[in-house]
Design a protein around this ligand. Structure first.
Ligand code: NAD
Ligand code: TYD
Length: 337
């Protein structure tokens, strides 16, 4: 029996990954470890919670005693590490928790993996550690691009990447680091651009665009991210970094207009608001190394965004329960000025 620890499996990408793995590998045990912060939600797992090979563990990854107890008890073969504070805007107002969770939490997990032994530690990172690119469509992030993070979020992720690398170099820990572009898809928390836009347009509310809306992100459907991690877990060469992206570069304005058009609403819903501090201009991934390992995305941006919009139409109950809670205070504070 293969035992897989998924940290952050109550969040957006980790949650999709848990369900993807249970479906694809019925013989694996999946342990979802999550502290259930504002971003964690277990209702998404109602259909799997009684499966014999799915387990939930509520632990803070920076709680060393708790983590060590669990590693000792369960003997994990794989650790796939998603748990993190993940929102750039929140990192601008409160950087401290990003260091605690993303840096200290990762180091606690690395120590436990080293002490109790594992086959592979996959560290799920982000292309934002590379900083940003100019609006020159011929330049891309490769695995050799220097780390130049600009936000407290990306700086904390880059710091954790360096620790993961160091545990490989110093202790020979079998690791991989993946750096993916912006994800979208089902169960995306509505503080991020795409789910925020879909949920607000569906409610006939304005959509806040930072600055002039010309910043570019490279969008990947979450299921294509899951398949990439699955591949790296099983086939990645120890110590290597793999960039993940599908060449879906869009300006924020293009993304928002696509959603408004698909939902048959008016572009008058667009509201230009004060720009984000240190707003990265452009992200774009060169995924050649991962493609050579055998990965290909299944969604184009057009098919993925259509599927995602339909999912939010069909699952209003899920996101309405989220935007009626703590999120309300967050939204007011974030967009008041
Ligand atoms: P998310 O915010 O939706 O989920 C994060 C999860 O981690 C939540 O369930 C939360 O409860 C949990 N968590 C937070 N602090 C914890 C702690 N101290 N202990 C245990 N659990 C804790 O994030 P996401 O968008 O799913 O991102 C997952 C990972 O993927 C992150 O590491 C992020 O940096 C990376 N990533 C995200 C994107 C993206 O577009 N969302 C792109 C590339 C990489
Ligand atoms: P986001 O979804 O927060 O992801 P990231 O900052 O990690 O790329 O933001 C995506 C882009 O959308 C980014 O350029 C900031 C912009 N944005 C807005 O214009 N308005 C918003 O309300 C939000 C949340 C983001």
């Amino acid at each position: 029996m293969v035992n897989i620890l998924v940290t952050g499996g109550a969040g957006f990408i980790g949650g999709n990954f848990v369900q993807y793995m249970l479906k694809k590998y019925p013989s694996y045990n999946i342990y979802n470890m999550d502290y259930l912060t504002y971003a964690g939600d277990l209702t998404k797992h109602e259909a799997i919670e009684n499966m014999e090979n799915y387990f939930f563990l509520k632990v803070d990854i920076s709680n060393r005693d708790g983590i060590n107890t669990i590693f000792k008890e369960y003997k994990f073969d794989f650790v796939v590490h998603f748990a993190a504070e993940s929102h750039v805007d929140r990192s601008i107002t409160d950087p401290g928790i990003f260091v605690q969770t993303n840096v200290v939490g990762t180091q606690v997990l690395l120590d436990a993996a080293k002490q109790f032994g594992i086959t592979k530690f996959v560290h799920v990172s982000t292309d934002e550690v590379y900083g940003d690119l100019e609006f020159d469509p011929t330049t891309f992030f490769t695995e050799d691009t220097p780390l130049q993070p600009n936000s407290p979020y990306s700086a904390s992720k880059a710091s954790s990447d360096l620790l993961v690398r160091a545990y490989h170099e110093t202790f020979d820990l079998p690791v991989n680091i993946t750096r993916c572009s912006n994800n979208y898809g089902p169960y995306h928390f509505p503080e991020k651009l795409i789910p925020l836009t879909i949920s607000r347009v569906l409610n006939d509310q304005t959509v806040p665009i930072y600055g002039d809306g010309r910043n570019i992100r490279d969008w990947l459907h979450v299921i294509d991210h899951c398949s990439a991690i699955d591949l790296v877990m099983h086939k990645g060469i120890n110590g290597e970094v793999y960039n993940i992206g599908g060449h879906n570069e869009r300006t924020n304005l293009e993304v928002v207009k696509t959603i408004i058009k698909t939902l048959g609403k008016s572009e008058e819903l667009i509201e230009y608001v004060t720009d984000r501090l240190g707003h990265d201009k452009r992200y774009a991934i060169n995924p050649t190394k991962l493609e050579q390992l055998g990965w290909n995305p299944t969604y184009t941006f057009e098919t993925g965004i259509a599927q995602t919009i339909q999912w939010y139409v069909d699952n209003k109950k899920w996101w309405e329960q989220i935007i009626s809670g703590e999120y309300k205070n967050y939204f007011e504070k974030q967009y008041t000025n």
